[in-house]
Design a protein around this ligand. Structure first.
Ligand code: B12
Ligand code: SF4
Ligand code: SF4
Length: 389
């Protein structure tokens, strides 16, 4: 029996998952966007935050990157706790190998274990070498020759995101809570697998030094069937949109990989463009078609504009507005699931959904539902700050 393209066991609400499982088609390219050539390994020193820290985006950004992560106290608390995870991302492998079922049954078990540990979604793919950084943030060469990647998704709170503008005082805490949850799940799962007698290493947003990522996460989400590449460049999941963070466990445990999915997003993003319109930094392209980028088709994106806006945002803590306004950022429900199904099956009416979504007020902030204090660190204390303070 062919395994389902979206594994119902790995999804939170089986009813909604079933709708999507039926809608999902296998991709012809093996990726969620057409390949155009070989993919070069990325150098982590040339990615957003590393450039800001190194001063490549100017002295203001270099000065402000640390302070901007601590200015809102809930995000700061989550950031402080996050520091512990770097100490448990890898470790000794047990010399005894546990008796294990065949790869398909073992994969189902690992996904169930991930759900038990509170992952919202989990998928498995083979680990291509092009998804491993050539060098880490410190400049050390990265070696990771494990065969599989287990990709773990931790959702951001929908109600808070719904209340928020996407770039106000809860934005960074939304990211950080999912970073911590997904890091805890990845470190625990890796420890469990090592105890079964197989190497396993966790990858997540953690300390800068030592670095906690050997892998570029987004393509692994795509390969593990957890989303399609979106206009802004993140993986969009049909049940969550981009409203999540992901961690990864790389391992040699003999697993059965999932497959990439196609639920009609390339056509939907082509006509929608809402994230490009509402991005406060103008970082997302509103072009009608993607262009070749490092061996695959993607919309142009300016990480410097995005990074600068997030670090220097004076009316909030960082930003995730592209995620907030996306029409796919919806909770499960009969109507939303039917629209998801229609987007997969009837792309000609995509413009109708895009117009209707905006007309019904989705993606707008709801200040009356904000529960956070809107505090900003000021000197030795705090002040009520910014737009929602
Ligand atoms: C540096 C970084 C940033 C930088 C630069 C982003 C960038 N595009 O490079 C800045 C500050 C701009 C940023 C912003 C955000 N980020 Co960020 N970021 C990262 C980080 C740490 C490294 C990314 C990287 O190496 N980029 C350099 C190269 C690889 O970039 P690139 O060539 O342009 O490739 C991009 C895509 O095309 C795709 N990709 C890479 N290789 C391949 C190969 C194939 C075949 C395909 C199809 C796609 C693909 O992934 C890359 C990142 O989007 C990752 C964590 C990680 N280790 O992956 C998180 C990560 C990408 N960020 C994430 C998120 C959610 C955000 C924000 C929404 C902020 C927020 N509120 O959380 C915004 C979104 C901005 C945007 N439109 O992308 C998530 C995305 C999850 C997802 N759904 O895919 C990640 C994976 C963090 C996580 N652990 O969950 N980020
Ligand atoms: S995180 Fe904010 S600034 Fe960056 S791309 Fe998304 S909307 Fe634009
Ligand atoms: S807002 Fe529209 S264009 Fe942007 S990622 Fe979501 S569906 Fe695609």
């Amino acid at each position: 029996m062919r395994p389902p393209l979206i594994d119902v066991r790995s999804l939170r609400i089986p009813g909604a998952a079933e709708v999507l499982r039926q809608a999902a088609r296998k991709t012809s390219s093996g990726l969620t966007t057409p390949a155009t050539g070989p993919i070069a390994r990325a150098d982590a020193r040339h990615t957003g935050y590393a450039l800001a820290r190194a001063g490549a985006w100017g002295p203001t950004l270099q000065r402000e990157i640390e302070a901007s992560q601590r200015k809102e106290p809930l995000a700061a608390a989550l950031g402080s706790v996050n520091d512990i995870f770097s100490t448990v991302r890898d470790g000794a492998v047990s010399p005894r190998t546990a008796p294990l079922p065949d790869p398909a049954a073992l994969s189902a078990h690992i996904k169930s274990a991930a759900r038990f540990l509170k992952a919202d979604l989990a998928g498995i793919c083979e680990l291509p070498q092009w998804a491993i950084y050539a060098r880490d943030w410190r400049r050390d060469a990265v070696v990771c020759d494990q065969r599989y990647a287990i990709v773990l998704v931790s959702e951001w709170d929908y109600d808070s995101m719904d209340a928020s503008t996407g770039d106000d005082w809860i934005s960074l805490a939304e990211s950080n809570v999912a970073y911590n949850q997904s890091a805890l799940i990845a470190c625990t799962l890796a420890e469990y697998i090592r105890d079964l007698g197989y190497p396993a290493r966790a990858h997540f947003q953690g300390t800068f030094d030592p670095p906690c990522y050997d892998v570029v996460v987004t393509p692994l989400l795509l390969l593990a069937g957890l989303g399609e590449l979106s206009r802004p460049g993140w993986a969009l999941n049909p049940l969550l949109g981009g409203r999540f963070k992901a961690s990864v466990v790389t391992t040699d445990l003999p697993l059965a990989p999932d497959e990439p999915v196609d639920f009609g997003l390339q056509e939907f993003c082509r006509v929608c463009k809402r994230c490009a319109r509402e991005c406060p930094s103008g970082a997302i392209s509103d072009a009608d078609a993607p262009v070749p980028h490092n061996g695959y088709l993607a919309y142009e994106f300016d990480p410097e504009r995005c990074g600068k806006y997030r670090i220097t945002n004076r009316d909030g803590a960082w930003c995730g507005r592209c995620v907030k306004v996306c029409p796919w950022n919806k909770p499960e429900g009969l109507v939303h699931d039917l629209v998801r199904l229609a987007a997969a099956r009837a792309p000609r009416i995509d413009p109708l959904w895009v117009t209707l979504d905006e007309w019904l007020g989705y993606g707008r902030p709801r200040p009356e539902r904000q529960w956070w204090l809107g505090l900003e660190r000021a000197g030795e204390g705090f002040r009520r700050a910014g737009r929602d303070g």
